[in-house]
Write a protein that binds this ligand. Structure first.
Ligand SMILES: Cc1cc2nc3c(=O)[nH]c(=O)nc-3n(C[C@H](O)[C@H](O)[C@H](O)COP(=O)(O)OP(=O)(O)OC[C@H]3O[C@@H](n4cnc5c(N)ncnc54)[C@H](O)[C@@H]3O)c2cc1C
Length: 375
């Protein structure tokens, strides 16, 4: 049994703790914050994430706290006309196609399920503890250190100092405005159990329920807000409701170049997971899903390799290409969502002709970590 020190109790850190504890290893998680919550934030869990969470026995708890939206509906932000829509959890649904549903949930609720599962599996989670970086694992007698400490990862800073992947993340110039609103504060026509997206030039808006009572709303804006943009009646009502009830919180969105080799993911007895390794624009709603996929691959690696350093290498090999691809595709999705002029016309034509196929994203949701092939 190896002893792992995990920096960060976000989705990556808690998922890693679950995967390691399930593989019979000891996991200690240090979280700098004194409370595990993120105000005003929801999260979508596509079938690739839900498949793993269900394998860990957490499907029911997550579905109980969250909800299974019926449809994905994509509209034009200027006039609300529907560009495409498809069932998410209906008829030809995620459950039938992938065996699991597409779930939306409050991030704090997801973290509480993960925290409970990590503790039940035997992990030791210490909040209000700052991980000091690379040397702590050696000092305290741990066999390995996992950097699950997010976008501004200290572990990554130490591990990749003086490499092309060292340094700070870059601002993308994109901003997310986020809000969570009680359904009763929304106009009736906006109180639906669907994921709704409005596409505009240099911006898009996403609204989805996180349970039966609350709606998560995000405006993603590229560059400075263009107040002159025409806004549909539904969007106008949605934004007015948020502004009348506490307003939006603002998040700058950052980027790091995808790592083009596994050697940057793991060195010796240190490895990176989640946003510490591969932060991405949120336009495919996959950052947390990739952290969960990372954790599952790590669990398989340590279960099949007695040597911890070799297990971390195997994990790195299993994950780097997939994460780089999803980072890149998230950026492409942003370009398509925010298109204007001829590109917008071309995008809308594709959505009209093949919207259901394009938005089904089997390449993303069908993926399963094939650990043996990648090692
Ligand atoms: C607007 C927006 C919407 C999104 N929507 C989705 C979505 O729908 N679906 C999806 O899959 N993803 C989504 N994402 C992405 C997702 O939020 C992230 O990819 C995910 O939270 C990354 O998890 P993480 O654990 O790697 O990092 P974090 O969530 O950042 O967690 C890192 C943790 O480490 C702690 N920490 C940092 N440094 C230290 C230290 N030195 N010692 C101890 N603790 C430390 C931090 O306090 C934090 O708790 C979205 C992101 C944004 C911005």
């Amino acid at each position: 049994m190896a002893k792992f020190l995990i920096a960060g109790a976000g989705i990556a850190g808690l998922s890693a703790a679950i995967a390691l504890a399930r593989s019979g290893h000891e996991a200690t998680v240090l979280e700098q914050a004194t409370e595990l919550s993120e105000v005003g934030a929801g999260i979508q869990l596509g079938p690739n994430a839900m498949r793993i969470l269900t394998d860990w026995g957490l499907g029911e708890a997550i579905r109980d706290k969250g909800c299974e939206p019926a449809h994905l509906i994509i509209r034009d932000a200027r006039d609300d006309h529907v560009l495409t829509s498809r069932p998410l959890n209906d008829q030809d649904n995620a459950r039938r196609k992938y065996g699991v549903p597409h779930v939306c949930i409050r991030r704090a609720d997801l973290q509480s399920v993960l925290l409970q599962a990590a503790q039940d599996a035997g992990a030791n989670v210490l909040v209000g503890h700052m991980a000091q970086g690379l040397h702590e694992s050696r000092l305290a007698g741990f066999d390995a250190l996992l950097g699950c400490d997010g976008l501004h990862s200290k572990v990554r800073g130490d591990l990749l100092a003086n490499t092309q992947h060292g340094g700070k993340p870059r601002s993308t110039g994109h901003t997310a405005y986020r809000a969570m609103l009680d359904m009763t504060l929304l106009p009736l026509e906006l109180r639906t159990q669907s994921v709704r997206v409005w596409l505009g030039a240099s911006q898009h808006v996403v609204a989805y329920p996180v349970n039966q009572q609350q709606m998560n709303i995000v405006i993603a804006q590229e560059g400075a807000p263009t107040l002159a943009s025409p806004m549909s009646a539904q969007l106008h009502a949605l934004i007015a409701a948020v502004q009348a009830n506490g307003g939006f919180t603002t998040w700058d969105l950052f980027h790091r170049s995808p790592m083009l080799s596994p050697k940057f993911y793991a060195k010796g007895n240190v490895a990176l997971l989640g946003d510490a390794a591969h932060p991405m624009l949120p336009y495919l709603a996959q950052g947390a899903a990739m952290a969960i996929e990372d954790a599952q691959a790590l669990g398989s690696a340590v279960a099949s390799q007695a040597n911890v350093d070799m297990a971390l290498q195997a994990y790195a090999k299993a994950r780097w290409k997939r994460n780089a691809h999803v980072q890149w595709r998230s950026q492409m999705q942003g370009a398509a969502f925010h298109a204007s002029g001829f590109m917008r016309l071309a995008r809308d034509a594709v959505l009209k002709v093949a919207g259901e196929r394009v938005t089904a994203m089997s390449w993303l949701y069908d993926y399963q970590n094939n650990f043996k092939e990648s090692t």
